[in-house]
Ligand binder design. Sequence first.
Ligand SMILES: [Ca+2]
Ligand SMILES: [Ca+2]
Ligand SMILES: [Ca+2]
Length: 325
Amino acid sequence: MVGSASETSHIKKLTNDPVPDSKPDWSPDGSKIAFQSDRGESADIWVMDTDGSNLTQMTTNLSLDLYSSWGPDSNSIVFYSDRTGNSEIWAIDVDGTNERQITDNPGWDGNPAWGPDGSIAFTSTRSGALKIWIIDADGNNQMQLSTGAGDDDVPSWSPDGRYLVFVSTRSGDQQLWKLDVETGEYSQLTFDAHYERCPPDNFCPNLMSTSWSPAGTKIAYHAYTKESGDIWVMDADGSNKTVVVPGNVNTDYYSPSWSLDGTKIVFQDKIIDIDSEQYGGSDIWLVDLNKKENIPSSYAILSIFGLFMSFIFLSKRRSTTSAGK
Ligand SMILES: [Ca+2]
Ligand SMILES: [Ca+2]
Ligand SMILES: [Ca+2]
């Protein structure tokens, strides 16, 4: 039986359609949420108001159009598409005009993140392994940004454009890393996540896509605890890791994106059919971080702006489960 997630006083469902809706991205001006959906004739980019109303289809091409990220002016959306027969980075204006191709390379190019200074970070296989590249929105100045061992994927910009957080296997298993774009220095942010629903040999980067708070002090991310995929928040240096939306045995949550005022996070669920161990449709959800009612007591979650007593509990719990692996 497929389990279902439920709304609480602080968690609201924004879409309600049996087909997958995923990878929400809050516009920098706070007015809209872009996401990818199969509710049209194919996978496309859609936009809605922040209460889930005014659903508008952006792309209409019958190919795959995936992984939307807003431009800094909140007027354009970058995404990737295989409509040319090869996965490339594309952009479209929110009025549905000016659809344009940004990359043109035989390698796989995808998972773009449009940065505050206008440059677009994305993942590409053009040098072999998955690596982070950047390109100007007009297609100029492409360069490989991340180097080193392993795969790097799903980059996310800090609001000041100085750092990228991304998933990397450079230390072995999938972890979140931060790259200082100015100095080229890497730092590891997570160390002991769990991936019970991601086979060990698979790279499942979308399960760890991240979002910086508009103030740049926090990073929302997805990680598996023992039984479920949860939405977490940590400080930008990797400290104070706290669950803000705990998943459960039937439901994983991921792809967080912060609101402009930093008080809300939009994210997606994926319902799991326990019998078949298959994922069902997904929807877009919103959590209000300032409301603490009805939060499961087993996690003893506090507001991210409050004290972090739960961190002690979670650290103990996670080190226990790590040792048992
Ligand atoms: Ca849906
Ligand atoms: Ca499409
Ligand atoms: Ca390509």
